[in-house]
Write a protein that binds this ligand. Structure first.
Ligand code: ADP
Ligand code: DAR
Ligand code: MG
Length: 360
């Protein structure tokens, strides 16, 4: 079970979150980490040794977090369900008796997503990503250096077995990558950024950059991140607004790698991810789009919220928009299929473009 020092840290977290220091904090952790939940869970640890403090540490140090929790391993979602289920219900609207629908990547339906902006008036590029966790491995906080290296070897082998010409490519470990190459890949939106404090405080960056890297095909239209926030992020992206083509390639990639690697899926929560905000379909379908008139309105964010769309800056989460370009994506991930998540973005962005055209 859990050592007394850790139990004390959990109890102190509650006092801090509900005291003067936590006054401005509005995270789902603060809302749902009640005395009752703490009494129920503070002495529990998963088979692989993860405890409640491992789940909440990020939100204790990052009072500006929206959510503030991460799962240290798959079992945490079940063992610490009194906390996670409440946060999952608040964030995704998934009630205790609801569950993720069966997998539907959208095979045979990509024709439903023709280019959103054929003339290229608004949309610069389209990206669809999903997350996958390798069966039998814990999530970041509990991984040893050997785990990171083992996982990297395992997926590197899987990448080398891609047969489809569109998927074939090379794996580039972060360890040893020149700063210039790394910075260029980040600037060009292909590689993940470093130093996200929410991840650092979640103990998600141990042994960095060991076991981390990026696979991509020659055109950089199919990419896979290894051990950033999730074990894998599988990404399809290209210039323009042809959502169907981007989804077609993502489907090929997911089907390609799942032949070699077993992913952990929960019957109710769908594909398991480190952060509960990415559970279920794990799909984030986004466009880099400039809507000069609409984005000038002070209710632009509310307009997006009403369409269940999430606004991010030009470099993704926790970044600002540049030159009026925003990253707009589906907000919902859990309680709808992969295909439905893409459709949420597609229909929402279509709506925004129609509004932009009508705006005087
Ligand atoms: P994720 O949900 O994949 O972790 P992030 O918000 O961390 O996304 O952003 C990851 C990277 O993907 C950033 O560099 C961001 O600029 C890039 N990105 C997101 N959407 C698009 C898009 N439609 N076109 C080009 N790059 C994109
Ligand atoms: N720092 C977390 C981010 C939640 C969603 N983003 C992810 N998982 N990258 C927060 O609670 O704000
Ligand atoms: Mg990210």
């Amino acid at each position: 079970d859990v050592d007394p020092v850790t139990i004390k840290k959990i109890e102190e977290a509650y006092v801090m979150l509900n005291g003067p220091d936590g006054a401005k904090c509005s995270s789902l952790l603060k809302k749902n980490l009640t005395k009752d939940v703490i009494e129920k869970l503070k002495t529990k640890s998963t088979k692989l040794g993860a405890n409640l403090y491992d789940c909440i540490r990020s939100g204790v140090y990052c009072l500006d977090a929206l959510v503030g929790v991460y799962a240290p391993d798959a079992e945490a979602y079940t063992l610490f369900a009194p906390l996670f289920d409440k946060i999952i219900e608040d964030y995704h609207g998934l009630g205790p008796d609801q569950k993720q629908p069966p997998v539907d990547l959208g095979e045979g339906k990509t024709k439903e997503f023709p280019p959103l902006d054929p003339k290229g008036k608004y949309i610069k590029s389209t990206r669809i990503r999903c997350g996958r966790s390798l069966n039998g491995y814990q999530f970041n906080p509990c991984l040893t250096e050997d785990n990171y290296l083992e996982m990297e070897e395992k997926v590197k082998k899987a990448f080398s077995e891609f047969s489809d010409e569109e998927l074939k490519g090379t794996y580039y470990p972060l360890d040893g990558m020149s700063k210039d190459t790394q910075n260029q890949l980040i600037a060009d939106h292909f590689l993940f950024k470093e130093g996200d404090r929410h991840l650092q405080y979640a103990n998600a960056c141990n042994f960095w950059p060991k076991g981390r890297g990026i696979f991509h095909n020659n055109k950089k239209t199919f990419l896979i991140w290894v051990n950033e926030e999730d074990h894998l992020r599988i990404i399809s992206m290209q210039e323009g607004s042809d959502v169907g083509a981007v989804l077609e390639r993502l489907i090929k990639g997911v089907r390609g790698i799942e032949k070699q690697v077993q992913f952990s899926r929960d019957d109710r929560l769908g594909w398991l991810t480190f952060c509960p905000t990415n559970l279920g379909s794990t799909v984030r379908a986004s466009v880099h789009i400039a809507l000069p008139k609409l984005s000038a309105r002070e209710d632009f964010k509310q307009i997006c919220d009403k369409l269940d769309l999430q606004l991010r800056g030009i470099h993704g989460e926790h970044s600002e928009s540049e030159g009026g370009v925003y990253d707009i994506s589906n907000r919902a991930r859990l309680g709808l299929s992969e295909y439905e998540a893409v459709k949420k973005m597609y229909d929402g962005v279509k709506n925004l473009i129609e509004m932009e055209e009508k705006e005087t």
